[in-house]
Design a protein. Structure first.
Length: 94
């Protein structure tokens, strides 16, 4: 998970789907419930505040059962329009 400073341009509009996503602080305990069938590096987790959501395995101490967040994480999505610019700060699995 190397930091990056590549600029990106939105090619397809997207509207955020989750208004109150899972967010973790380093050291939070989470319950890993299942891996995604297609993208197995993404895990459906239950956080300490009872919020659920997808968490990339690289943010957790393990990929099953009770895990601990090894760094801060937020599943917050962005609503974007075609042509908007942004900055890619991290690439996960490619």
């Amino acid at each position: 998970m190397e930091p990056s400073s590549h600029e990106v341009i939105v090619r397809e509009a997207y509207t955020a789907q989750y208004s109150d996503p899972i967010a973790l602080r380093r050291g939070d305990a989470v319950q890993v419930q299942r891996a995604d069938a297609e993208f197995t590096e993404w895990l459906w987790c239950l956080g300490p505040d009872e919020k659920e959501g997808w968490v990339h395995h690289s943010f957790l101490s393990q990929s099953s059962g009770r895990a601990v967040a090894i760094c801060d994480y937020s599943a917050k999505e962005l609503t974007v329009a075609v042509g908007e610019r942004g900055r890619m700060i991290r690439v996960l699995d490619g």
